[in-house]
Design a protein around this ligand. Structure first.
Ligand SMILES: *Cc1c(COP(=O)(O)O)cnc(C)c1O
Length: 237
């Protein structure tokens, strides 16, 4: 089946604009991250040619292979975010190929990102992944360890890391009330963090995927991670 990435992108962008308007949000306040995991380089190129510059991948090795080969094809530079749970031994490569790791879910990951980013003499943006629903496996489960990570950042222990925001996945359910409550939990948590650690200036809420990004925008998402609605179904093999 041929996916029409150009049309899909236009459609998603229009829906984002409508949702911004409907929720009284400023136009352009929601950033679209195109999740290209399991999709080939050609698909990424097609999206790049349509002006999509931000991409998300959840496996470091796959992302490394695809995005290094892109360099020879494309004049526009894609920006890559790592959005999948990360093992310590993958952090070095993740820091080399991406500008942002959205899936920080434990303190030891921060330590390793700091170490590798320092070696590369670059600053890595991070999002803290929070478990807000029943089914999802990854993310900080309670406030205490998250706040301890944030305290370290606020104290300046990680000079090569910039905390940008929070990330979550809503439960996969038809029950929209559950999805709303998952996203609103993340929004409230961000407010709490900004009260406690105003110096961090956390601004971003990464929430919303193909099935629920319109709900996420209603709940204040600033960054939606959309894969299937742009690139089509993934064959996960
Ligand atoms: C795969 C993935 C997405 C995109 O999911 P779709 O339903 O295809 O839009 C978003 N966020 C994360 C963390 C993912 O792993």
């Amino acid at each position: 089946m041929k996916q029409n990435i150009k049309e899909n992108l236009e459609c998603v962008r229009e829906k984002i604009r409508d949702a911004e308007k409907k929720s009284g949000r400023k136009e352009g306040s929601v950033t679209l991250c195109a999740v290209s995991k399991f999709h080939p380089v050609e698909s990424i190129l097609e999206a790049l040619n349509e002006g999509q510059t931000l991409f998300g991948e959840n496996r470091v090795q796959e992302a490394f292979q695809k995005f290094s080969s892109l360099k020879s094809f494309s004049k526009t530079h894609p920006v890559l975010h790592i959005i999948g749970s990360l093992q310590l031994n993958k952090v070095k490569k993740a820091c080399e190929i991406s500008s942002c790791i959205q899936s920080v879910d434990r303190d030891e990951l921060l330590l390793e990102i700091e170490k590798q980013a320092a070696k590369l003499e670059k600053t890595i943006d991070v999002f803290f992944e929070v478990k807000t629903g029943e089914e999802t496996k990854s993310g900080y489960i309670s406030d205490a360890p998250l706040f301890s990570s944030l305290e370290g950042l606020a104290k300046g222990s990680y000079p090569h890391i910039k905390a940008k925001g929070l990330m979550t996945m809503a439960p996969f359910t038809e029950n929209e009330a559950l999805i709303h409550s998952s996203f609103s939990r993340l929004r409230l948590l961000k407010e709490k963090i900004n009260k406690e650690f105003p110096s961090l200036g956390i601004t971003e809420l990464s929430m919303g995927m193909s099935g629920d990004y319109l709900i996420a925008i209603e709940e204040g998402s600033t960054l939606v991670r959309v894969g299937t609605a742009i690139f089509g179904e993934r064959s996960t093999s």
